[in-house]
Design a protein around this ligand. Structure first.
Ligand code: A2P
Ligand code: MG
Ligand code: MG
Ligand code: MG
Length: 355
C-alpha cells in the first residue's frame, strides 16, 4: 500500500468490505417488500440503504470534516417503519462486528458497536452534499448496478475521494466478480484500489489468509483495434447498444460484446478480462445526466492502470460541477493505443442515436 492517503485507503477498504459482506448476505435473504421504485423509476433495496448507512457511519467518525455525496437518502425510511427496522438491523449487524485490528480497523470509526435508528438515518442523509470544485469530499454509490444485484449478476460498492474535483482514491468492491479472471467459475469477490500516482491494485474482497492482503498491481494490456472486445451495459436504457454494434463494425471488432452491470466494467477493463479493451457507454439521447458516483472511482481505476477515460466526445470527465457530470455525455474508457481511434469512429457516425 502506498503512503499517500494511507489512512483514507485503510478506512475506505474496511468500509467497502463491511458493506459488501452485508449486500452479499442480503441477496441471499431478500424478500418481497424490501425493494422500492424511486422517483426516476430505478429500484432501491434495503441493501442499498444499509450499505450507505454503514459506509457513511464509518467515514463520519474517521473523517468528521469531509462531506459526502451519496446516491441514497433516508426519506423513504422515515415513512416506512418495516423498511426502517430492517435497514437499522442490517446496518448494525455490519457495524457491530468487532474491529479487525490486524487488518487496520479502529474502534474510533464507530465499529464494534450498535447505533440507534436516528443516528443511522442521519448518516444516510449525510450523503446529501451538493459537491463542487474545491476541497475534499467523498462520493458513494452503495450499490452500483442495483438491477444487476437483483438479477444475481454484477454489481459494485463504489467509493471515491475527490480533492479539488480530482479523483485521488477509488475503491470498488465487486462481490460477484471472479477473483481470478482465468477461472470464471472459481472464487468470487474482488476488491480494487486505485490511488492517484500509485497505480491500481486488486486484492480479495473477503480475505481468509494473511497472504490475502497482498495487493496485486494491474496494468491494462496493449491491444490492437481488431483484438478489442466491447464492454457495455446490460440495460438498453442506460447506453445506446445498437450504436455500439455499428462502431464495432466500423472498427472491425468481431468478438461479441461482454455485457455487465455497474462499475464492475471499469474493474474488468483495468484487469484486462477477456481482452475487454474498451468500455463504451454512449448516451441514449434522452439527456440523462451521469452521476459522479457512477464514474469517479472507476475512472481512476482505468487511469492508474494505464488507460484513458473521456466522455463520448473526447472531453475529460468534470467531477467539479456538483452531483452530476453536467455536460459530459457518455463514457469511453480504453487503452492509450486505441482510445483516439475509437473517438474518431464515434465522430464518424455523427447523427446516430446517442451521438
Ligand atoms: N437513462 C440512463 N442512462 C444512463 N445511465 C443510467 C440511466 N438510468 C440509470 N442509469 C445509471 O446507470 C448505472 C448503471 O448502469 P450500467 O449498469 O448499465 O452501467 C446506474 O448507476 C444507474 O443509475 P441508478 O443507480 O440511479 O439506477
Ligand atoms: Mg450507480
Ligand atoms: Mg446505486
Ligand atoms: Mg440506483
Amino acid at each position: 500500500m502506498s503512503d499517500y492517503l494511507s489512512s483514507e485507503q485503510n478506512v475506505a477498504v474496511a468500509a467497502v468490505r463491511r458493506a459488501c459482506k452485508l449486500t452479499t448476505s442480503v441477496f441471499n435473504n431478500l424478500v418481497k417488500g424490501e425493494t422500492l421504485v424511486k422517483g426516476d423509476k430505478s429500484p432501491v433495496t434495503v441493501a442499498d440503504f444499509s450499505a450507505q448507512a454503514v459506509i457513511n457511519t464509518i467515514l463520519l467518525r474517521a473523517f468528521p470534516h469531509d462531506p459526502i455525496i451519496g446516491e441514497e437518502d433516508a426519506s423513504d425510511l422515515r415513512t416506512n417503519e418495516l423498511l426502517r427496522t430492517r435497514v437499522v438491523d442490517l446496518a448494525n449487524e455490519a457495524l457491530s462486528e468487532k474491529p479487525n485490528v490486524e487488518a487496520g480497523e479502529e474502534p474510533s470509526w464507530g465499529i464494534g458497536q450498535k447505533w440507534g435508528a436516528d443516528d443511522l438515518l442521519a448518516a444516510i442523509d449525510k450523503g446529501n452534499y451538493e459537491g463542487g470544485r474545491s476541497g475534499r469530499m467523498w462520493t458513494l454509490d452503495p450499490i452500483d448496478g442495483t438491477k444487476g444485484f437483483l438479477r444475481g449478476g454484477q454489481y459494485a460498492v463504489c467509493l471515491a475521494l475527490l480533492v479539488d474535483a480530482r479523483v485521488e482514491l477509488g475503491v470498488i468492491g465487486c462481490p460477484n466478480l471472479p477473483l481470478d479472471p482465468s477461472s470464471p467459475d472459481g472464487a468470487r469477490g474482488a476488491l480494487f484500489v486505485a490511488v492517484r500516482g500509485h497505480g491500481t491494485h486488486q486484492l480479495p474482497l473477503f480475505p481468509t489468509l494473511s497472504a490475502d492482503h497482498t495487493h496485486i498491481p494491474l496494468r491494462m494490456p496493449t491491444l490492437a483495434l481488431s483484438q478489442l472486445r466491447f464492454l457495455e451495459s446490460v440495460e438498453k436504457a442506460h447506453a445506446a447498444l445498437d450504436t455500439n454494434a455499428r462502431i464495432a463494425e466500423v472498427l472491425g471488432v468481431t468478438e461479441a460484446p461482454a455485457r455487465m452491470d455497474s462499475q464492475a466494467k471499469y474493474a474488468a477493463l483495468a484487469r484486462g478480462d477477456g481482452n475487454g479493451g474498451v468500455y463504451l457507454r454512449l448516451p441514449t439521447g434522452v439527456g440523462y445526466r451521469e452521476k459522479i458516483w457512477d464514474h469517479a472511482p472507476g475512472s481512476l481505476l482505468i487511469e492508474e492502470a494505464g488507460g484513458i477515460v473521456s466522455d463520448s466526445r473526447g472531453q475529460s470527465l468534470d467531477f467539479g460541477l456538483g452531483r452530476t457530470l453536467g455536460e459530459n455525455f457518455g463514457v469511453v474508457a480504453a487503452g492509450k493505443a486505441v482510445h483516439a481511434q475509437i473517438l474518431e469512429a464515434i465522430k464518424g457516425l455523427g447523427g446516430a442515436p446517442g451521438i
